[in-house]
Design a protein around this ligand. Sequence first.
Ligand code: 6PG
Length: 255
Amino acid sequence: MSSSQKRVVAVCKDGEEVAERLREYLQQKYDEFAKRNDGDKKFLLGLSGGSLPKFFSAAVAAMATSSSSVDWRRVRFFFCDERVVPFTSDDSTYKVYHEVLVGKVEGIGEDSFMVINPTLSAEEAAQDYSRKLAALSGQPGGAPPRLDVLLLGMGPDGHTCSLFPGHPVLRERELLVAPVKDSPKPPPLRVTLTLPVLNAAAAAVFVCTGSGKKEVVRAVLEEDGCSLPAAMVRPCNGELVWLLDAPAAAALNKA
Ligand code: 6PG
């Protein structure tokens, strides 16, 4: 990786330590943001689904009990991928985060989230979300915005967001947000950030736990030229952080 591409792999003893390391990292990134930005500029934080909400809500809860300086009113959440389902559906990632954060953390309300329009088709929802993301980031003309922190998961097949192995969407270089209508991980209809957006970020953080991931973690972190989607996330001028628990790191050859 070039000098501007920094990769950190942290192996934690368990999920509790993963959440603590996530808390530390988010606090550090927010503090850096607050130092260099005054006024109403928002800290743009991308969320993924799956097991990530569990770790993120634990990190936020720990911030609330400590003397954290995070002013959540200055944070805008968006989705690194989202299922195109009603917000009332248990498949909605927004629903999961709404339940654990809205009305529970000072400064986090429904207006903290940039949500998709689930009444649209996947194609239209992707176009709509692209416009919203460009506006949120103040990035004119469709160039990939520089988002502050992306929180990502990785499936046992090496997918991340809704970017699945071998899927044509991996070759998308123009759209900021793309539709996926055949997700092998249900539900099938989704929108996802594309690789140009992921790799324009200031920081991408993978949170990956469990022995079921150990082989794919080894492949992604140690196989040169690995073409799995998670291995293709390498921010061009940003930080790449992997937070692993010991079972997920068990097949790694290098510490
Ligand atoms: C989704 C997620 C997805 C998730 C991975 C890992 O909405 O399905 O964004 O990309 O991050 O599937 O999920 P787990 O952490 O639950 O294994």
